[in-house]
Design a binder for this molecule. Structure first.
Ligand code: 3HC
Ligand code: NAI
Length: 678
């Protein structure tokens, strides 16, 4: 490995190059390299201007997240201040995804030239942090507090052209001309005298922003959603207020103390865990780049219902042609009709042209003949959840599909090994479990059967990426990872309701925790006919008998108005009473919010521990990712396993015992030894 920062001097221009693959993160070696480079630029009389550039795919994409939660030394902000204070012009030559600390470095330079296809952003909020290397202080001075807050609160990067219009960069050029343009700029600047533009001293915007007393209220209103549940956005607001109202040095003090507070918070610990966990799911021990992949150029899907239709859209969107098989013409017409309607709705929102809709529809061919699947590379079965039907489908499919074709099932709960045994190619069979709506939900569980080959698993994982989803590997069990994990949550919510805790209180506690909806409202959304709870007389079973299937038919636990706002249904309350009596259950006093929370979450943690212990999931982080992407678990809680670590495993073990639930061996062992899952 070469040095992370090198300096060469040509014609009086110091060319400072950062080389720290893969994303030039500003780790210790880069910061000390930049610090030394600044000293040399200052002291070397032959140097009259400098350029800071980076090798590889991007200008630094941020601080090195791996160094957190410690406060890295030397601190980024101090190094950047030193660069800004240099008496010679320094130009940042920006390309790729210039994010976080990378953009803060660029803002400390006196001038910025950017590749026209580059992107710039401050995504720290997504890690539960704020731009802590003077970003909250320099950006408002460069583009105004309102635009700066837009970038910092959303965390989303902006394109180079927008950065140019906003005044964040001075010039944009094609990527191939970036170095030459920076040298040209430096040469011109060397010939010029006069003060250098320093963002920290620029008061144009702060004066304007001080004269706009409604600014911060406006921002709060526009970005209200970003504040929900999380602490970083308020801290960002505090810092930007300081940027507008105070001199730079005092603003820096506010920023540093808020940054350190966030760095030590549970939320940033959780979100940083999620950052790594999301990237780790794709790594499967024993399967590497050398594992041969099956080339998927065409796909067959059996069943054009809720899931089959959504899955067909995923492939069409990825440019892979699909043959969609149904048993009856009307079911096929209905399925294709739903797909068309979905695309047309997207077109109405301006996100597809009419021509694109037609070409997407052209890539999906409907058929009633399974024989038409004889030439496709992959078939995904999405027929009714019945083993009897799936057995028949796979036996027939095996005779039709070409040798070497992969056969997958989208089953939610059924045994992939049993399905594979219906074929003469069990090594080519796996589960590809999509979540509803399949064209929207970002998770793909890749289920590895006893006999699935490495190549088939590697292809399944790669497919996740092709379809722009996060693939997570699971082994065969009832419900795989996500559904198995969340089943105890749903069961616990039913027990609470049956014992007399009001549905709206159960749901409110989970919304407060960060879910978009609580478990009872979630059941109404999924459809009460879809999940079966144990027991003969269940509340969902009785509601379905009363023709109440949830939001899709007559309401469920809640009644819904035209805006889909729910109120507890008197009919459902009657049914709850009846089921309580039928099961001989006595109503107890309603649980407290804390009892609701722990009563719902501890069983999930316990199930997660079993999933890990049985080797169904490879790692605790994979379980967290399935909960976040499959069930919208609030990412700032880190998912159930990370939450458990933060909450305290001994407390969870004691709580489970009190509820009469036996803690899994792994959970008990970790709690006793002071270990953790993540
Ligand atoms: N620190 C450490 N490692 C990082 C990193 C960072 N800032 N950014 C990316 N990486 C690592 C990833 O973990 C991954 O490692 P792996 O190969 O071992 O799994 C590798 O770099 C490649 O990353 P991706 O797989 O994400 O590559 P992509 O090409 O898909 O995306 C990216 C590149 C857009 C730069 C994306 O990685 C990204 O968004 N990175 C995070 C950016 C960020 O959050 N920056 C702010 C950091 S906090 C900060 O700067 C604080 C400051 O204000 C003081
Ligand atoms: P669905 O009832 O909406 O659709 C099933 C379709 O399969 C129907 O259109 C039916 O006509 C068709 N079909 C039945 N037998 C067939 C055959 N032999 N050949 C061709 N087509 C046939 O069901 P849904 O919800 O799409 O579920 C499909 C599968 O996906 C099930 O295994 C289910 O467990 C699983 N799944 C469902 C999820 C959901 O939320 N609905 C989520 C994830 C998986």
């Amino acid at each position: 490995m070469g040095e992370a920062v090198t300096v060469s001097v040509e014609n009086g221009i110091a060319i400072v190059t950062i080389a720290n693959p893969p994303v030039n993160a500003l780790g210790h070696s880069v910061r000390s390299g930049l610090d030394k480079a600044a000293d040399r630029i200052d002291s070397d009389v032959d140097i009259r201007a400098a350029i800071i550039r980076a090798d590889g795919s991007t200008f630094p994409a941020g601080a090195d997240i791996g160094e957190f939660p410690n406060v890295p030394q030397p601190f980024h902000g101090d190094v950047f201040d030193k660069i800004e204070a240099l008496p010679k012009p320094v130009i940042a030559a920006i390309h790729g995804t210039t994010l976080g600390g990378g953009l803060e470095l660029a803002m400390a330079c006196h001038y910025r030239v950017a590749a026209d296809d580059s992107k710039m952003g401050l995504p720290e909020v997504q890690l539960g942090l704020l731009p802590g290397a003077r970003g909250t202080q320099r950006l408002p001075r460069l583009i105004g507090a309102e635009a700066a807050l837009g970038m910092m609160l959303s965390g989303k990067p902006i394109a180079a052209k927008k950065a140019l219009d906003a005044g964040l960069v001075d010039k944009i050029v094609p990527q191939a001309e970036l170095d030459a343009a920076a040298i040209e700029m430096a040469t011109a600047l060397m010939a010029k005298d006069g003060p250098l533009p320093r963002a920290s001293q620029d008061s144009n915007w702060t004066e304007k922003d001080r004269a706009d007393p409604q600014l911060f209220d406006r921002v709060r209103e526009t970005h209200g959603r970003s504040f929900r549940g999380v602490i970083a956005p308020n801290a960002i607001l505090t810092c930007v207020k300081a940027a507008v109202e105070l001199p730079f040095e005092q603003g820096v003090e506010v920023e540093s103390s808020e940054f350190e507070r966030l760095l030590a918070s549970d939320q940033s610990r959780a979100l940083i865990h999620v950052f790594y966990a999301m990237r780790e799911t794709a790594k499967v021990p024993g399967i590497g780049k050398e594992t041969p992949l099956v080339d998927i150029k065409s796909v067959g899907i059996i069943g054009a219902g809720t899931m089959g239709g959504g899955i067909a859209m995923c492939f069409a969107n990825a440019g892979i042609p699909v043959k969609l098989v149904e048993v009856k013409q009307d079911a096929l017409d209905r399925g294709l009709g739903v797909i068309r309607k979905n695309y047309e709705n997207t077109a109405k929102k301006g996100r597809l042209t009419d021509d694109q809709v037609e070409s997407l529809m052209d890539s999906i061919t409907g058929t009633l003949a399974m024989e038409d699947l004889s030439d496709v590379d992959l078939v995904i079965e999405a027929v009714f959840e019945s083993m009897e039907i799936k057995e028949k489908v796979f036996t027939r499919l095996d005779a039709i599909a070409k040798p070497g074709a992969i056969l997958a099932s989208n089953t939610s709960f059924l045994d992939i090994d049993h399905i594979a045994a219906m074929t003469k190619r069990p090594e080519m069979v796996l589960g590809l479990h999509f979540f509803s709506p399949a064209n929207v939900m970002p998770l793909l569980e890749v289920v590895r059967g006893e006999k699935s080959s490495d190549s088939v698993i590697a292809t399944g994982m790669k497919l996740g990426k092709t379809l722009r989803k996060t693939p997570v590997l699971a082994r065969v069990c009832d419900g795989f990872i996500a559904n198995r994990l969340m089943f105890p949550y749903m069961v616990a919510s039913q027990n609470m309701l049956l014992r007399g805790t009001p549905m709206q209180e159960i749901d409110a506690v989970m919304r407060q925790y960060g879910f978009a909806m609580g478990p009872i409202a979630l059941l109404d959304l999924i459809g009460l006919d879809v999940i079966t709870f144990p027991g003969e007389t269940t509340m969902t079973g009785e509601l379905v008998k009363a023709e109440r299937r949830g939001q899709k038919l007559n309401g469920g636990f809640y009644d819904y108005d035209e805006k889909r706002r729910g109120t507890p249904s008197p009919a459902a309350l009657d049914i709850i009473d009846k089921v309580r009596q039928a099961n001989g259950v006595e109503a107890a006093p309603p649980l407290s919010p804390d009892e609701i929370l722990t009563g719902l979450l501890y069983p999930v943690v316990n199930e997660g521990a079993k999933i890990l212990e049985e080797g169904i999931a490879l790692r605790a982080g994979d379980i967290d990712v399935t909960a976040i992407l499959g069930y919208n678990w609030p990412s700032y809680q880190g998912g159930p396993m990370c939450w458990a670590d933060i909450h305290g495993l001994p407390k969870i073990v004691a709580g489970l015992e009190k509820m009469g639930i036996e803690p899994s061996a792994l959970l008990a062992e970790k709690a006793a030894s002071g270990g953790s899952f993540t």
